[in-house]
Design a protein around this ligand. Structure first.
Ligand code: SF4
Length: 60
């Protein structure tokens, strides 16, 4: 989903939600604290976002 979602697919604030019918949604957790700035379900792909924070990869 990362490539299809643009920035959201690489962001620590994104949660992937799977519906019972097999659809996949991406929910932005920043919308909980700042609903005026961020929508709960961003339109994808998101190419620009002030709230973006990259997921850091942890090496095993
Ligand atoms: S903060 Fe921006 S880039 Fe990150 S999940 Fe929310 S809308 Fe997507």
């Amino acid at each position: 989903m990362a490539g299809e979602a643009g920035l959201c697919g690489l962001c620590v604030w994104a949660d992937v939600i799977r519906s019972g019918r097999g659809s996949t949604f991406l929910r932005c957790r920043r919308s909980e604290a700042e609903p005026q700035r961020f929508v709960k379900y961003p339109r994808l792909p998101r190419l620009e976002c002030d709230g973006f924070e990259a997921v850091s990869k942890v090496m095993p």
